[in-house]
Write a protein that binds this ligand. Sequence first.
Ligand code: SAH
Ligand code: SF4
Length: 370
Amino acid sequence: MESGQKTDNLIVTEPQTPQDGPIQQRLLGMDLHDIEVALGDRHPRFRARQLFEAVYAKRLLDLNAATTLSPKLKEEFSTGALTEDSRYESTDGTVRYLLGMQDGKTVETVFMPERGRDTLCISSQVGCPVDCKFCLTALMGLDRNLTAGEIVGQVLHIAAKHKLDPHDRQMNIVMMGQGEPLMNLDAVLKATRILCDPNGVGMSERRITVSTSGLVQKIWELGQAPMRPKLAISLNASTEEQRVELMPITKKWHLKDLMEVCAKYPLRPWEMLTFEYVLLRGVNDSDADAKRVRKLIANLKCKVNLIAFNPGPGLPFEAPDPERVLSFQTLVRASVPCFIRKPRGLDIYAACGQLKHMTEGSGLVAIGGV
Ligand code: SAH
Ligand code: SF4
């Protein structure tokens, strides 16, 4: 997103910190046209493509590693890569990163390796303004939106660190870290366009998913974007009343309207909607709930991912019994594909809904960084 741009109710300014010498322009988050504009008439035009390729195709985190760039360009520009403040490694192979940004704030990014498929869970905001009662991130409130550069920067940091090839079908991105991505839609879409540029990072839209708590108007806007990630909706309840309790945002965006915008959503031929459903013991996990969910989505081209509640300090819920989860799955499966999402990185607070800055007093030991 461009500096000073208004998104939803927020004005986001590109953070700048004082530094020695002239302020360098950060390339991450710029598309080719932005780089051309930034070069102005001080440099020949072909330099724009060189810079673009250095950050996105070669994925250099430091421009000093680029042999073809003149010292003057390296003086004027930096990649804007994120710094690794700390990381936590789970016994299941999941790694949770705290990546540092220009203004000293950190963003949470989770890497989940699996045989034949690696998933990067990236954040779209620092904290989250949506007040879901089962989610640890909600307790932070919103600090600020991330810029497109900070969203892309998470992907490139993890790709470099784990030697991932974004062209490879094995690499998937889910925008399911901290934040409500559709409250930062401009930056999310710009980051998607940059990640999917075939001359740069070269990912496919089919391997990027954005998850929302159900902002009806923004879902509609997302559907109009020519280049967009796949859509996942956090349903989490089977009735309006229950959803208002668990996700107060339902008072503004009603369940009925949410299901209607889903029904009208312009799916691409290869695409289906995903509904996520966090199961909370004794709250939304009954057979009656499962049957109501089945009815809500019966006519949609979709699948359902069930997530057993991941606990966290201050969250007043419990995980359901495994038999309950299976029973729920069996009922939903009668009408659409329904999967049980395996929790990843529970021991390092990296699982769904656990991304709050859990360090002090949590017994976690960080590796590396400052
Ligand atoms: N804000 C977006 C994306 C981030 S949350 C959204 O809400 O969709 C990613 C997923 O984690 C959502 O489906 C959310 O319902 C789920 N989640 C939140 N808290 C959870 C918890 N404590 N246990 C399990 N899943 C949780
Ligand atoms: Fe925000 Fe998603 Fe957590 Fe709700 S579940 S508070 S929208 S991160």
